[in-house]
Design a protein around this ligand. Sequence first.
Ligand code: 5GP
Ligand code: MG
Length: 199
Amino acid sequence: MAPEALRIHDDRLHEDIEKVLVPSAAIAERVRALAAAIGADYEHADGRLTVVPVMTGSLLFAADLVRALPQRRMRIQLTTVSSYGGTATASRGSSIVGALPKHLEGHHILIVDDILDSGGTLRLLRSEFEQRGAASVRASVLLRKRIPSALSTPVEYVGFDIDDEFVVGYGLDYDDLYRNLPYVGTLRRDALARVGASA
Ligand code: 5GP
Ligand code: MG
């Protein structure tokens, strides 16, 4: 099968999805634009670019972004951040799960995450990487919520600003479901309740 025949831009609605917020074609176009901007900014990085996708939510975004970057020489090192104490109002803590990425010293680090919400993840990773001697640290998120905590968190590259709704798809999950959807959308109320109850 020719690669063009892969149906990766198929926005057929999953039965649990209420509405599509960002269709797959819009994501693809925005990822190309982000990659062009990022690629130009890292022209000087000279083989010392390390991309750090934050698992698991940035799985699809990072996969598409690194393939669209003009740079062909880069390291990719995954990291996982867990958030806890996360009620809507209480302040959250975040911690890095597992080993820290290596080769930080002297490297230009590009953090890639799915969505900017409280900002805890980016603040934690940025300070950790800066302390470990990275030459520079920048961050790219596919989505940013239009809420003060997100809008006040430094981030260099943003795909889309969205309303403060719980979204899934294109890597983002609810109980590890829906990550495979090629678009970003909101969940139907009954699906939220059903999945939540079985979790
Ligand atoms: P922050 O540290 O900015 O609060 O957290 C961002 C993380 O929280 C994201 O990487 C994601 O895992 C999770 N998150 C925040 N908002 C949403 C959302 O609307 N949907 C999903 N599926 N995850 C979210
Ligand atoms: Mg995440």
